[in-house]
Write a protein that binds this ligand. Structure first.
Ligand code: ADP
Ligand code: MG
Length: 274
């Protein structure tokens, strides 16, 4: 009986297209040099919308550089990067790629929020001002609306009662949670975390990871996390990428990369974390 054979789902069918994962970040043959040192060596890398990706790898392998390039804090020397379908460091004019204007870069920055190892809060501003500053000055929100947003995200990170404090009056874990709230207040589609718990005393790591875990539970938020917290990476990642010397040596689902790494360099690196 062949009458009930359903049609094979063709890749071209609208239904298949709609459910197909979309790359929100792509690096194509990206080269980044600092002087004579090639930090990213024809990097090809992509992240799907909503995907939670962890980057692991030795110090100096280019992990932070990848995030800093995405935040447009560093330029690239070769290659093309797309974020949300648009070239990041370039602009399309008359069908050709040209270096991005300041205006284009400002637009692109709104896609992403970044949390740094060293919190980077504005020390002379209250917690509330730290969070409202960019929504007011970059997005043009009114004071009331920005304050309401600050409240929303302070609640999310469990710091509703700390809005009038200054960063120096908070613990490292609290400061990092403010930094997360500050990034979220711009409502980015992509969150970048660069070793967000590496500067914290061990007893403060958990409270920050708990917040990141809560964000990872949001299906539509794309997360790119650099960390040495391997257990946490295993827990939240859809995919783990092992970086070394500016290329991806190995990547896959965490249970594969952590339990049966294929490459000798990955095996050697992971030995240091047992
Ligand atoms: P990771 O985050 O994996 O430790 P980074 O991306 O910070 O590595 O750095 C990769 C390499 O680039 C390192 O060798 C580092 O010394 C170099 N590097 C990073 N930033 C700069 C800079 N602003 N000037 C010169 N060299 C840099
Ligand atoms: Mg780094």
């Amino acid at each position: 009986n062949t009458s009930d054979t359903s049609l094979p789902v063709s890749a071209a069918s609208p239904a298949a297209q709609a459910s197909e994962p979309v790359d929100i970040i792509t690096f194509k043959d990206v080269v980044k040099r600092f002087g004579d040192v090639t930090v990213l060596d024809r990097l090809n890398f992509s992240v799907r919308k909503g995907e939670k990706v962890t980057i692991i790898g030795p110090s100096g392998s280019g992990k932070s550089t990848v995030l800093r390039i995405l935040m447009t804090l560093e330029n690239i020397d070769e290659g093309v990067i797309h974020v949300a379908g648009k070239p990041l460091w370039h602009e399309e004019k008359n069908g050709e790629l040209q270096p991005a204007s300041e205006e284009h870069l400002r637009e692109m920055r709104k896609e992403m929020g970044m949390v740094f190892q060293q919190f980077n809060l504005f020390p002379h501003m209250t917690v509330r001002r730290n969070i409202t500053e960019a929504p007011v000055h970059v997005l043009g929100l009114g004071k009331e609306e920005a304050n309401a947003r600050a409240e929303t995200y302070l609640e999310l990170v469990g710091l509703s009662d700390q809005a009038d404090k200054f960063p120096s009056q908070l613990s490292g874990g609290q400061q990092q949670r403010v930094a997360i709230a500050r990034a979220l207040a711009m409502k980015p589609n992509i969150m970048l975390f660069d070793e967000p718990t590496s500067a914290l005393d061990p007893e403060l790591v958990g409270e920050v990871l708990n917040v990141i875990q809560r964000l990872a539970d949001q299906d539509d938020l794309t997360i790119l996390l650099v960390t040495h917290e391997m257990q946490f990476a295993k827990q939240i990642s859809d995919r783990v990428c092992f970086f070394d010397k500016g290329v991806i040596v190995e990547q896959g689902p965490p249970e594969q990369v952590f339990t049966e790494p294929q490459e000798a360099r990955t095996q050697e690196f992971l030995k240091g974390f047992i």
